[in-house]
Design a protein around this ligand. Structure first.
Ligand SMILES: [Zn+2]
Length: 230
């Protein structure tokens, strides 16, 4: 059923990505009612602790921001699904604009020197045609006035390359691992890592490990959504 719904939405893009009713002027991606069900995460001490708790004891994260709670069968899941699987790449820009507001109000990520996306595996990138965080990340980089750095951090599938696996340490709980090239823009840098959803944090942690290895000094994180712990 999900497959048929996805096909339907490709032919009729002007429907609410969650409840499929036609959108009216002024509505984008979500109808008014579904939009009200999106729960933004405020930037304050309590929510910083909640987001930071994913990384406690594993990596030091300078600042962290996630736009909304990610919950199954809610508009937040439909937004991410449409962005990843229905070609609705512009959802990334739309979410970034909402984040920019918070970023400017709270003076977030002001000392960041470059924005980097969590990379997709090259095979996945070919299938999808785009990295779902590119639009999101480039808007943030432009707003902060810094470079959007791609290609230095790479994803290597543990299943597809046993040889490469032997050459790099494997991250304990993760199915993938990353490699990072040395780069002048990474030395003593403050990197803002961007991703779609924080779930276990393992992917982001793996990226952090690689970045610290090549001389990055500080890392902050900004994602579209965060899966709350039950
Ligand atoms: Zn709706």
């Amino acid at each position: 059923m999900q497959f048929l719904k996805d096909i339907f939405h490709i032919f009729f893009p002007n429907l609410c990505v969650h409840c499929s009713i036609p959108l009216v002027t002024g509505e984008k991606f979500l109808c008014l009612e579904c939009n009200h069900q999106v729960v933004p995460i405020p930037y304050d001490e309590y929510h910083q602790k909640m987001l930071q708790s994913t990384f406690y004891g594993s990596a030091v994260i300078e600042q962290i921001s996630s736009y909304m709670y990610f919950r199954k069968a809610t508009p937040s899941q439909s937004l991410i699904h449409a962005l990843k699987y229905r070609g609705q790449e512009a959802i990334g820009t739309w979410l970034a604009k909402r984040v920019v507001k918070q970023l400017q109000e709270q003076h977030l990520f002001e000392s960041v020197t470059a924005v980097m996306p969590v990379p997709l595996h090259s095979r996945r990138l070919k299938e999808r045609g785009y990295n779902q965080v590119t639009a999101f990340g480039t808007v943030l980089a432009r707003t902060l006035g810094v470079v959007y750095l791609t290609k230095v951090l790479k994803r290597v599938s543990t299943r597809s390359s046993q040889t490469i696996l032997k050459r790099f340490e494997r991250f304990s709980n993760s199915d993938t691992l990353f490699t990072c090239e040395e780069h002048a823009l990474l030395r003593d840098a403050h990197i803002l890592l961007v991703d779609d959803v924080i779930t276990t944090g393992a992917t982001l942690l793996n990226c952090c490990e690689q970045l610290y290895k090549v001389g990055v000094r500080k890392i902050s994180i900004c994602t579209m959504a965060y899966t709350p712990k039950e």
